[in-house]
Design a protein around this ligand. Structure first.
Ligand code: ADP
Ligand code: MG
Ligand code: MG
Length: 875
């Protein structure tokens, strides 16, 4: 078996065998870049070494043969006194693990070769400095001598000669130090410092192999989930040393082929004249930006730009590279794919496609959709250091600052007065929705990532931290204790929904950016994707935003979100409290124009695109205050005695008690509520169709879609359909215009899926409500599951993932597959979409694509993610 590969012969694609650094050194050599001669000892040799605790037989023979070849190429000889070859011994595995394993420079130095180095460089100070560094590094890494012994000797010397820094030491003093270091090695290991270069090399190879199992490296692999399949063992790269410290025509540096922060197409990086790699790291001298090289060393700058162009042309990806200049010659010592932030990844991918370096498809595949989330939400832009008060769950990404407020009413009052508010609660309920609208962000002490607060906040694109257990709220005192710090209502905090951190005071944030390259990339995505992307949006403002983000329609408008706005909740409550149909109808008559105006505004925003409106879904008691709150208010009212108010509250309490259900989520809601109280749906259907008629009159193209929630039996759907048809005729007759619309059903009840062909006989479209459908398929109550047992289930491998985050392919996915098939059998042109939280999750989107859905609908900030994911599944 061959364990050693010259840079000329190694397979540049085989990172598992040669490590990333080694494979790229081979590749760069092969394409003619100036790499110092050298060779790679494979990861297989590493595994053999770790398995048997010694180097494989004949390995050193192979190494000697390759060393002879390097000697020939450099004209130097390993161990020679006159013209010594020195090498670096560098680790490098298939996955980049920066700084986790060991590299030894200047190997081959000893008392005799040192003289050769002095002659070669004409710089005794440098030579002694290199020598003492080598003894220390080698002593530590290869021989296991503790650093502190060397550090002590260094300190003692500096004190004795009065040197403030290492750089102040003379050649003589460094020589003395090297002697002391050698003595330390002798004392600590019981043997003299190895003088024989091949002995040095053999021990060093073993040490680098062992560093694969060093604590640092093992911890790193665990932290970043690097498995054996991704990287197994480290290779060792033996590279002829080149010196960047041979005068003012020498230097060293690191470069990025493009700016990794902005993506700007300009060579980026830093260099130092007359220095070695370590000097940059040691921070003794401040490196200069590469742009300065153009004036300081123009010819070398030209070579560097040429290197950069050749690297990019070959790798077709932004490169992060190391270089050293020895006496006017530029060498490349390492290259790898550059790590970039979201913006730079998008910008460089699009530019590379524009310049023909990549195809559009390749550019689309290069961007991880999840990365885009960073760009769609405000982010923290701290100017100094901030310690978090507490940490909760990162429930809805983005950062926001504002004054603490403990209830939705106050949030609304202060928010409408122009203050920035963070709503802080134990948990939130649907009736808190007006507080959400007014708040910059939401913070709760209970609840998981799919709790009410999290879902609603994500839907609105507002930051949310949930389940932050370190919060105790005292509602009476209007104070809270967060992470042990007492805060009053009105005190400012900052939350970061991307990390879950909560901070005291205001930390600056920066707004989301939609820049030309992102727009371009997403346009390419739309050309490729079959699956269309819509947004869930409940207000005209949200619709406008959805359109800006590239949504091709609204897949879900929740009418109850409008019910909860402050100007209508009293009317809604009046409707609920009405004890006669006449009174109820009077309240509905007042709601009709309000809802019509909402729909009209949304339709106008989305002109030419479909808008799916869901009829009322939640149970009525969600629009009334909780029983506890009412009791509390009643006590107050009885004392102060406003009779009208008192009577209203007493009636409300009675109604709340009547409406109370053991299991509200499975209770009197959705179509069941619509059928038992048909006047509510009538009002809503009329509002939708009249708004559409207004648009038609105005020449605004509209595509309203009326959607019925919670349907379990086709008979339910039949009744609502009749109702819609009747009102449609009335509206057309009254307005004199033709109004086109579509009628369809949510698919969120298991029975509806099992009767999909019946449903499709009446419904022109299906929209899978995967939140409820997941809940129903598993018989898991979502909020309880997330708080109580789901984390345990995932940890123990009972479920691969939280099914409320990643669509459960095997169960829910199968149900959907059957429903689509049966539905299309009854109605081939049936339109099918999904409007749950999963619509913005790339793997769930892939499933939707596979089972033939027409669209996914997700919260607005996730629209770009979904557009890109929908394209990637086709590539
Ligand atoms: P790391 O993975 O920690 O970057 P490297 O193996 O890349 O470790 O080496 C550490 C430093 O030594 C880098 O600055 C590198 O450029 C420099 N270096 C490595 N080999 C040589 C060599 N043969 N000649 C000159 N400098 C080298
Ligand atoms: Mg390293
Ligand atoms: Mg490196």
């Amino acid at each position: 078996r061959q364990y050693v590969f010259a840079f000329e012969e190694g397979d540049g694609k085989n990172k598992m065998l040669l490590g990333g650094k080694g494979a790229n050194l081979c590749e760069m050599t092969r394409i003619g870049l100036n790499v110092p001669p050298g060779f790679v000892i494979s990861t297989e040799a590493c595994l053999a070494y770790l398995g048997h605790n010694r180097l494989p037989e004949h390995l050193m023979d192979e190494v000697r043969r390759h060393m002879a070849a390097v000697e020939k190429k450099t004209g130097k000889v390993f161990g020679d006194t006159e013209n010594p070859l020195l090498v670096s011994v560098r680790s490098g595995s298939a996955m980049s693990m920066p700084g986790m394993m060991d590299t030894i420079l200047n190997l081959g130095l000893n008392e005799r070769t040192l003289q050769g180095l002095i002659r070669l460089t004409g710089n005794p100070r440098f030579a002694y400095d290199a020598y003492r560094r080598f003894i220390q590094l080698y002593g530590k890494i290869a021989l296991g001598v503790a650093d502190e012994h060397f550090d002590k000797a260094m300190e003692a010397l500096k004190q004795r000669v009065g040197a403030a820094q290492d750089v102040n030491l003379t050649a003589e003093q460094l020589k003395e130090l090297a002697d002391q270091f050698a003595a330390i090695v002798q004392r600590e290991t019981g043997s003299p410092f190895p003088e024989d270069p091949y002995q040095q090399l053999e021990i060093a190879i073993g040490a680098v192999f062992r560093s694969w199992n060093g604590k640092r490296a093992v911890d790193y692999r665990r932290q970043f989930k690097i498995t054996k399949e991704m990287a197994n063992g480290t290779a060792v790269n033996i590279v002829a040393m080149v010196f960047g410290n041979m005068g003012n025509d020498s230097g060293t540096g690191v470069g990025f082929t493009r700016n990794p922060g902005t993506g700007e197409n300009i060579t980026y990086g830093e260099y130092l004249v007359n220095a070695q790699g370590e000097d940059v790291v040691a921070g003794i001298r401040t490196p200069k930006p590469i742009a300065e090289m153009a004036t300081e060393m123009p010819e070398l700058h030209r070579q560097l730009i040429e290197l950069r162009d050749r690297l990019e042309a070959h790798y077709r990806e932004v490169q992060d590279f190391e270089f050293t200049i020895e006496r006017g010659t530029l060498y490349c010592l390492q290259t790898r794919n550059g790590k970039m932030n979201a913006r730079a990844t998008v910008v460089t991918s699009v530019e590379m496609a524009n310049s023909g370096l990549l195809s559009r498809d390749e550019a689309l595949l290069r961007v991880n959709p999840q990365l885009l989330e960073q760009l769609m939400v405000p982010q923290l832009a701290p100017t100094g250091h901030h310690e978090a008060l507490a940490q909760g769950l990162p429930a809805s990404p983005g950062a926001a600052s504002g004054k603490i407020v403990f209830d939705a009413d106050t949030a609304e009052a202060r928010g409408n007065a122009g203050e920035r508010i963070i709503l802080v609660r134990e948990e939130t309920k649907p009736e808190d929705i007006h507080g959400f609208f007014a708040a910059q962000g939401i913070l709760t002490s209970r609840g998981g990532k799919t709790s009410h607060a999290a879902v609603v906040a994500r839907g609105m694109g507002k930051p949310c931290v949930s389940g932050c257990a370190a919060i105790v709220i005292d509602h009476h005192a209007r104070r809270a204790c967060i992470g042990g710090v007492g805060l009053a209502e009105g005190d400012v905090i900052t939350i970061d929904g991307s990390t879950g951190n909560v901070y005291a005071g205001q930390i600056p944030t920066k707004e989301p950016e939609f820049f030309p390259e992102l727009t371009r990339l997403l346009t390419w995505a739309d050309d490729v994707a079959r699956l269309k992307v819509r947004a869930n949006a409940d207000t005209p403002a949200a619709a406008a935003k959805a359109r800006k983000y590239g949504a091709r329609g609204i897949g879900l408008t929740r009418t109850e979100r409008m019910f909860n706005d402050s100007d209508r909740i009293p009317i809604v409550q009046e409707m609920i409290l009405a004890d006669t149909l006449v009174k109820r109808q009077a309240a509905l008559d007042r709601l009709l124009p309000i809802q019509r105006a909402d729909f009209h505004a949304i339709f106008r925003e989305m002109s030419g695109l479909p808008v799916t409106v869901r009829l009322l879904d939640p149970p009525l008691h969600e629009f009334l205050p909780g029983e506890k709150q009412l009791q509390f208010d009643l006590d107050r009212l009885r004392a102060s005695g406003n009779p009208a108010e008192l009577a209203r509250h007493e009636a409300m309490l009675e109604r709340v008690r009547q409406l109370a259900e053991v299991n509200p989520m499975l209770g009197h809601r959705g179509v069941r509520l619509g059928l038992t109280n048909p006047e509510i749906y009538s009002m809503q259907i009329r509002a939708i169709l009249e708004a559409a008629a207004e648009c038609v009159k105005e020449g605004v193209p509209v595509e309203p879609e009326i959607m019925v929630p919670q349907v379990a039996a086709v008979e339910e759907l039949a009744r609502v359909k009749k109702q819609v048809e009747k009102i449609h005729r009335e509206v057309e007759a009254a307005t004199g215009v033709t109004v086109d619309y579509h009628f369809g059903t949510m698919m969120e009840v298991v029975r509806a899926c099992l009767r999909a062909e019946d449903m499709a006989s009446l419904a022109e479209f299906f929209s899978f409500g995967t939140n409820d459908l997941t809940q129903a398929t598993f018989s898991f109550s979502r909020e309880d599951a997330e708080n109580k047992f789901l984390p345990f289930y995932v940890e123990q491998g009972l479920l691969p993932e939280n099914p409320f985050e990643a669509l459960d392919i095997k169960g829910v996915g199968r149900l959907m597959t059957m429903a689509v098939e049966w539905g299309r059998a009854a109605r081939p042109e049936l339109q099918v979409g999904i409007c749950g939280e999963h619509g913005g999750h790339p793997e769930s989107i892939a499933l939707c694509h596979r089972i033939g859905l027409d669209y996914v609908s997700c919260s607005t900030p996730r629209v770009p993610i979904a557009r890109l994911a929908a394209a990637q599944i086709r590539l």
